[in-house]
Write a new protein. Sequence first.
Length: 425
Amino acid sequence: MAKVQIFENKPPVLGINSLGRIGKLTLWHHIGRKYFKEIIVNLGREAGTGLDTIAQIIEKDATYGLLHRFLYGMKSERIIQIVDEKKGTMLIDGIPVTVLREARNPADIPWRQYGADIVLDCTGKFNDPTVASDNKNGSIRGHSHGGAKVVINSSPFKIKNKALSVPNDAVTLIYGINHTAFNPKKHQLISAASCTTTGLAHMIKPLLENEETNNILTASMSTIHAVTNSQSVLDKVPKAGEIDLRKNRSILNNIILTSTNAAKALADVIPEVQNIGFMADSIRVSTNTLSLIVLNVTFQTRINKQGIATAINTNMINEIYRKSAQNNPERKMIFTMEQNVSTDLIGVDAAVIIEGQFNHTRTAFINLDISNIPNFPAGLMKAFPENLMKVPVVHAKIFGWYDNEYGSYTNRMGDLTVYVHKNIL
């Protein structure tokens, strides 16, 4: 007689650790999405005068407005109802939400008690997947002690001990790029990368998939990035050991140069990038959200007798992105020829919004001194006057907007969360 396997049919429960910028907006995303039937939020401490204070923090946002208006428009009414102050329970648009206010260490959060199989750690503090789960200072692995089957980190992994590598049960995934690489039998820790890496990955992937543009010689990017809570409102004295002094300067009236690990993280989700000399930097500006990637890419190309590129040009680059947006709905990419400014795109549900009208290319020649090329066949030297080889290249400058808080990053992490949950049941 054949065995019949019975699966427990329980409603999906989500755990969120932190009510910071990404934690709160992640709660907004899943309240609106309605996939998870219950949400457990670990705040880890008391706030204000009680649960009503926390409800107000959840409901109001200086960037996106009031939660009910964000979801349902200007004429809508409040959708948060306090149920039990002591238990920390409330209803948000019909979804039961419990706020935990005791444990700070992930190992002490009772996810199992509430049936939360998947947990999003949005603290930005537990980014090292090599730290043991019982570490007294906390570890992202600690969530498994409380019952989490899979933990998604809303930050890139950062391993402090450079002699160690990313463990086999940890992986970096971006929805629409490599999310199908999730292996429920193997992966317990997932990094959702960063907001910039998410936008950049969606800009690079279509180029690598096209036969004419997949041979990238070199690339660089700068992100004109909105302010984050890691920066100072006013100038302050840096902590001991801090190297980046600029982040301690006032964001109210400064353009601040800083670094980004987006290029390194990009190789984690698109391995082909490892073969490209890729550089990245960040320029912080005093806006509250909506950032812009300026991507510079150099391709080798073919030219005709008139010296005009016959393959890669601005129209072709734009067509690559137009088709990618049309043919790959999971990528949530938008291609536009409109003349946007940053506030036009706040909250737009897109991994990246390609500004087609501003993209441009330029054909040029690189004069290579072949005498500097190791192991170049000596017999071929005579074919090149003065040892110079002229190589036709196309330089492309491509612009992509992304809402670094809700529209791009939080929404893509929400897509990833639902995908992962469906595959661990």
